[in-house]
Design a protein around this ligand. Structure first.
Ligand code: GUN
Length: 295
């Protein structure tokens, strides 16, 4: 049976470390890291993510500022707010929660954010820096996956990592991070997607298999090599009348059967999700240090 890789436990340990860093900034440098989040509309997933981010910030001592708007908030007003936050010295980092309503051009919005405040790591400048292995804000989900592997002593170097899903916020950046000629990387990476032929033949060669397709049962037992490490990035809402909210969350992996063959696996919820939120805190603290010129 697979070991359960608890992101919840790993994130809790990281929160303790981050709280110490924040306390040190407050006590030694009179500096309190401050994160702003822009939320447009009432997408239930986004509202719940943002609430979680606020809770995490308060736990480690980061100040949190929410800018919440109705779905019909205009693109022009959003771009104006971004420029205002770019110039606001009291805000060290900010993010615009995605997805945005259809009338707002996501690309325009992400390009407008000052890369030095882009703690999501979504601005093309940060993505480019990441690709060449330079200093940058790393995107939270791939960074969280890397930390979860490292902190559970799972080797990455020389391993075959197969990623299923090529999104700009998970699959593509994770491939780029793990292939770097660096510590905690040096993997051989295969990036698969909806047009990949013979997907199961490829996933069965993975030492580390990452499911980030956004679809339940993307990975079934027959697609996993014995003793592989399986990372499930999926967060899918499934109707469940027995639950108070009327739904429950499941990942992209058929957890019960894959548990029988994998050596380690992340649960959903409580796996990658808490790590993602934690890496945003890490970036916000880094942004505050950069702002104050503390190395
Ligand atoms: N929507 C889903 N994940 C993310 C994230 O990491 N950052 C932002 N801004 N929006 C998201």
């Amino acid at each position: 049976m697979a070991t359960i890789l608890s992101g919840k436990e790993c994130a809790a340990a990281m929160h303790e470390e981050l709280k110490i860093k924040v306390d040190e900034l407050k006590n030694k440098h009179n500096l309190t890291p401050r994160l702003a989040v822009i939320l447009v509309g009432d997408d239930p997933g986004s509202v719940s993510y943002v609430r979680g981010k606020e809770k995490d910030c308060l736990r480690v001592g980061i100040e949190f500022q929410l800018h919440k708007f109705d779905t019909d908030y205009s693109e022009a007003d959003l771009l104006a707010l971004i420029l205002q936050l770019n110039d606001d010295h009291a805000i060290h980092g900010f993010i615009v929660q995605l997805p945005l309503p259809g009338h707002i051009n996501e690309e325009k919005v992400l390009y407008a954010i000052d890369p030095e405040k882009d703690v999501d790591g979504f601005h093309p400048v940060n993505i480019g820096r990441m690709m060449i292995g330079a200093q940058c804000f790393l995107p939270a989900t791939p960074h969280g996956i890397q930390q979860l592997l490292v902190r559970n002593n799972i080797p990455i170097e020389g391993q075959h990592v197969v990623i299923v899903g090529r999104s700009n916020i998970v699959g593509k950046p994770l491939a780029m991070m793990l292939v770097q000629k660096k510590q905690h990387a040096n993997a051989t990476v295969t990036l698969c997607h909806t047009r990949t032929k013979n997907l199961a033949d490829i996933t069965r060669t993975a030492d580390i298999l990452v499911a980030a397709a956004g679809r339940p049962d993307t990975i079934t037992r027959d697609m996993v090599k014995e003793n592989a490490v399986v990372i499930d990035v999926g967060v899918n809402r499934i109707n469940d009348p027995t639950k108070k909210q009327g739904y429950r969350l499941i990942g992209d992996v058929d957890f019960t059967t894959v548990c029988e063959i994998a050596s380690a696996i992340t649960p959903v919820p409580g796996g990658v999700g808490p790590m993602t939120r934690t890496m945003l805190l890490h970036n916000t603290i880094q942004a505050a240090r950069n702002h104050a010129g503390i190395s």
